[in-house]
Design a protein around this ligand. Structure first.
Ligand code: ZN
Length: 314
């Protein structure tokens, strides 16, 4: 049975998480989680919803293995409803909240029914008024978890009926350090900052994608440089994010060049890599030049009298 992997929690979400965990046995009818970065509030709200639905009665975090955890992650749990801004709309509308309120009044399979309202600060006025009715008389066992970035965008009447839990602000440099500790190199930290400023959850999503890509590069390296299947390796590399793949290849060569006797042997491969870097090309155009790089790396690999049994660095 596959286990649902729990994403690491941002250090600045940790105090809020401890607070939520303490509320596990007797959760309030409505919670409002808010953070400067929306993804962080979202991640926490999702984790708390899963903790409430975990059938293993896990204390620290959802167990990830039980029926409740797996169904919640797959989006099929009968006691979990997520409401969000529809993709083709800009706000959460009244119909969505009315349907959610009906859902709340049905019988739970387990102890709780959890209604998650993502980006609650984007409910329109009618939707907020409809939600207020449910918040005034919440059905027993129902836990409504709102997440929001702009607290002031929520009506005071809603805020006053929720227990508000705020994530603290990351300290200076804490966001960058956390990404680096999660295994992202400096370049990827910069890329993550550019694409998802300040939002650790979103950055970790990117990082997870990256791990698969790096594994594909490592396979290509073994296949081409160590086993001599150079064309196949070049094809594999060309199909991935090519600018990133080149940066990775450069790092491999630089690291390898530090080994005794390797620098001179790697010179031709390095030159070919630099030529390739200057090329603005389509996948097809770069296949042969990429193979040339692999062939030259392969040559260096076999020329070293005792080729290092080196694993490509991550
Ligand atoms: Zn569980």
């Amino acid at each position: 049975m596959t286990k649902v992997l729990e994403r690491p929690l941002a250090p600045w979400a940790e105090p809020a998480w401890q607070h939520l965990r303490a509320l596990r046995a007797q959760p309030p009818a409505a919670l409002l989680l808010h953070a400067a970065a929306f993804g962080d509030a979202e991640a926490l709200a999702e984790r708390y919803a899963r903790l409430l639905l975990c059938e293993a009665q896990a204390e620290a975090a959802p167990c990830g293995s039980c029926r409740g955890c797996r169904e919640a992650a797959a989006g099929t749990h009968p006691d979990l409803l997520r409401v969000a801004v529809p993709e083709d709309k800009r706000e959460i509308g009244i119909d969505q909240i009315r349907q959610a309120s009906d859902w709340c009044s049905r019988t739970a399979r387990g102890r709780h029914r959890v209604l998650r309202i993502r980006a609650a600060d984007r409910m329109n006025r009618a939707a907020a008024n409809a939600l207020l009715k449910t918040l005034e008389e919440p059905p027993p066992g129902v836990v409504i978890v709102l997440s929001a970035q702009r607290l002031h965008a929520l009506p005071a009447t809603i805020r006053s009926r929720c227990l508000a839990v705020a994530l603290r602000q990351p300290e200076e440099g804490e966001y960058e350090r956390t990404l680096e500790q999660a295994g992202l190199g400096a370049e990827r930290v910069r890329a993550a900052q550019a694409r998802t400023p300040g939002d650790l959850s979103a950055a970790l999503d990117l990082a997870a994608e990256d791990v698969e890509t790096v594994e594909a590069w490592q396979r290509a390296w073994r296949q081409g440089v160590e086993q001599g299947d150079t064309l196949q390796a070049a094809a594999q590399l060309s199909e991935t994010d090519w600018p990133q793949a080149q940066v990775w290849l450069q790092r491999q060569v630089v690291a390898w060049a530090r080994e005794p006797g390797a620098a001179a042997l790697l010179q031709p491969a390095w030159a070919a890599l630099m030529r390739l870097r200057r090329m603005e090309s389509t996948t097809l155009d770069r296949l042969l030049p990429a193979e040339e790089v692999i062939i030259l790396l392969r040559r260096a690999y076999t020329a070293l009298s005792s080729p290092p049994r080196r694993q490509p660095a991550p």
